[in-house]
Design a protein around this ligand. Structure first.
Ligand code: ATR
Length: 277
């Protein structure tokens, strides 16, 4: 085993759109590591079989993306606390015996991006408004609560889904109505869009931003376009803004370190490589 070239993969369905092979490929080349990172399209019915086979083929781990995140967590032999709390995995590490260890680094990536980019924001500065209650929101709420934020206002088109997250994550989550979410901005110091609204090809985000103040840091998980309409409006209002690409880059770092043994840097070279510039 020791002389094998380490292999890692991203498992998704579809998977062709994933930027992860470019991202990890950039780090492998930069650090001169003899390893490979490949996209593998895995239909949902084949996920369990694939996870059984990959370790014996020389794979040391994998990222998992839509639609496999919940199933991968459930199939794993062991899971980190955060993967269990979030209920989904995005990073798997394989033991030599074929054991699958699941982690979820989405929230870590979100927070690392926010703290790297949002000079001035800290968890003690005030309440946050989070939009959306899907899988991405779960990771982000977990990370924000872990950072010590004491009030998170959560708005989702389907209120019952936001309520389910509040039930799971505790009383710091205050559910508010989607239609009046903008009202919660007057004293908020952080606004996070976790929905796909505003992404190229998706409907626009129509949140009323008239109560936004310049003390509010605004971040979007959408990164196509890099500056969404939300970020553009926030910037015009004098807010500090943080784009979503950094979350993708930072969530990848723990996996790379676990598989290839080197802590990778997230910097402008990497951003340019992932943007295809
Ligand atoms: P992800 O795992 O990427 O978060 P998801 O679980 O499908 O994806 O969640 C998508 C989120 O975007 C949800 O909060 C969804 O709201 P609903 O729970 O009401 O479906 C939100 N969303 C998607 N399309 C939307 C739209 N047109 N208007 C408002 N919210 C929308």
């Amino acid at each position: 085993m020791t002389n094998r070239i380490p292999l890692a993969a991203v498992l998704g369905h579809p998977v062709a759109h994933s930027r992860s092979p470019v991202l990890h490929g950039h780090w492998l080349a930069r650090y001169g590591i003899a390893g490979h990172y490949v996209p593998i399209d895995v239909a949902p019915d084949h996920l369990a079989d694939t996870l059984r086979q990959l370790p014996s083929l020389g794979f040391v781990g994998a990222n998992v993306t839509i639609p496999h995140k919940e199933a991968a967590r459930a199939l794993a032999t062991t899971s980190t606390d955060r993967a269990r709390a979030i209920g989904a995995a995005n990073t798997l590490t394989f033991g030599a015996d074929g054991a699958v260890h699941a982690d979820n680094t989405d929230g870590h990536g979100f927070l690392a991006n926010l703290t790297a980019g949002a000079l001035g924001w800290n968890a003690a500065s005030g309440p946050a408004l989070v939009l959306g209650a899907g899988g991405a929101a779960r990771g982000i709420l977990h990370a924000l609560l872990g950072s010590g934020l004491s009030e998170i206002r959560l708005a989702n088109r389907t209120r019952a889904k936001a309520q389910r997250l509040a039930d799971d994550f505790g009383p710091s989550i205050k559910v508010i109505d989607w239609d009046v979410a903008g009202d919660a901005l007057s004293d908020a110091t952080l606004l996070v869009n976790t929905t796909a609204l505003g992404m190229a090809g998706q409907p626009p985000l129509t949140l009323d931003l008239s109560n936004l103040t310049p003390v509010c840091t605004v971040t979007d998980i959408v990164y196509i376009p890099l500056e969404t309409e939300l970020l553009k409006t926030a910037r015009a209002c004098g807010c500090h803004t943080v784009d979503g690409l950094g979350m993708l880059l930072h969530q990848a770092a723990p996996g790379f370190e676990a598989w290839f043994g080197r802590t990778p840097e997230v910097d402008d070279d990497l951003r340019r490589a992932v943007l295809g510039e």
